[in-house]
Design a protein around this ligand. Structure first.
Ligand SMILES: [Ca+2]
Ligand SMILES: [Ca+2]
Length: 131
């Protein structure tokens, strides 16, 4: 019984997380949108709601993400080295601004003309660099 509830919860959170993915090459993406999605994703990762993501919370989110059909690909994909790359001040946890800095940095790389929108052609160029 407990196991069934757990599975139900897990699939529920996987469904929520699926909306968080920002797949490249589908439609123009705005910088605001990237910040919003990263914030939402951060809230999903921060399971104990203490305002930062611990290594444990990161690992748990990775498992949820891996269960998604597209494995959360795109700008806000949480890769294996996500934690180390995001924890720029090295305090062993990832804050919201640290979590947003990475996808926004990738976005800025894509948004070549700096108008706050990554057009489809800008994205296709960026996809050569973003894996
Ligand atoms: Ca936390
Ligand atoms: Ca940190």
């Amino acid at each position: 019984m407990t196991k069934m509830i757990f599975v139900a919860l897990l699939s529920l959170s996987a469904a929520t997380a699926a909306h968080a993915g920002l797949e490249l090459g589908q439609r123009p993406i705005t910088r605001t949108e990237v910040a919003t999605v990263a914030k939402k994703q951060f809230a999903e990762m921060d399971a104990d709601k203490d305002g930062s993501v611990s290594p444990d919370e990161f690992q748990r989110y990775r498992e949820v993400q891996n269960a998604q059909p597209d494995q959360g690909r795109g700008l806000t994909h949480i890769g294996r080295s996500w934690f180390d790359k995001c924890d720029t001040n090295g305090d062993g946890k990832v804050s919201l601004s640290e979590a947003q800095a990475r996808p926004l940095g990738l976005f800025d790389m894509a948004d070549a003309n700096r108008d706050g929108v990554a057009s489809l052609s800008e994205q296709s160029l960026a996809m050569l660099f973003i894996k």
